[in-house]
Design a protein around this ligand. Structure first.
Ligand SMILES: C[S@@+](CC[C@H](N)C(=O)[O-])C[C@H]1O[C@@H](n2cnc3c(N)ncnc32)[C@H](O)[C@@H]1O
Length: 191
């Protein structure tokens, strides 16, 4: 039998860290629902007593996510919201245990609909305020598409300035993978 990959991708690594911060009955946010992979992971992890809020601006993404969750029997604890993640504080009350961002465009969707630096940074700021102590935010960053490099630079500049007494910020990337492969930023709230 072949062994499972340990390093995998920025996405699988993000899920491993998030799983450590999240338990049954917790509140979690998928800020970019897309095809629903992270939403399903969060819904399974918080279980029927928990609550997941999943945002996307595309109906198509939310439809795919809804179908995915329904097939897996994990829809009940998930609220799907067709709005920008920059408005997340209007829908979600803290403390939140985990928030996941997967930036860029919807795979197999319209590549011109992408996350944007201004709204992404506003959403990250709002999300950090909602995180509870030891809550975690994961941000998978893609810089390869047009506009992605500016978004990556603005997100990094923002998280680098976070007060180290309140947040720990880690960046992980695959240094030998082809230029512009996605990388991971993790933010843990200290208190
Ligand atoms: C890389 S995809 C997410 C992939 C997803 N995590 C998955 O598991 O399939 C990025 C998604 O962000 C969405 N998006 C773009 N701008 C947004 C915004 N302001 N608020 C919420 N979602 C947004 C896009 O519509 C797209 O579906």
């Amino acid at each position: 039998m072949s062994k499972a990959r340990i390093l995998g991708t920025a996405v699988t690594i993000s899920q491993r860290f998030v799983a450590q911060a999240l338990g049954e009955g917790d509140i979690a946010v998928d800020a970019t629902a897309g095809n629903g992979n992270d939403t399903l992971f969060l819904a399974r992890t918080v279980g029927p007593q928990g609550q997941v809020y999943a945002f996307d601006i595309q109906e198509d993404a939310l439809d795919k996510t809804r179908r995915r969750l329904a097939e897996a029997g994990e829809l009940l604890q998930t609220r799907l919201i067709k709005d920008g993640h920059e408005n997340l504080a209007q829908y979600v009350q803290g403390p939140v245990a985990a928030i996941m961002f997967n930036l860029g465009y919807l795979p197999r969707g319209n590549h011109e609909i992408i996350t944007r630096p201004e709204t992404t940074c506003r959403a990250i700021e709002a999300g950090l305020e909602l995180l509870g102590p030891r809550g975690i935010m994961s941000i998978v960053v893609y810089s390869g598409h047009p506009g992605g490099d500016r978004e990556a630079a603005e997100v990094e500049s923002m998280v680098q300035k976070l007060d180290q007494t309140r947040f720990s910020v880690l960046r992980m990337d695959f240094v030998n993978r082809k230029h512009n492969s996605p990388y991971l930023i993790l933010v843990e709230k200290e208190n």
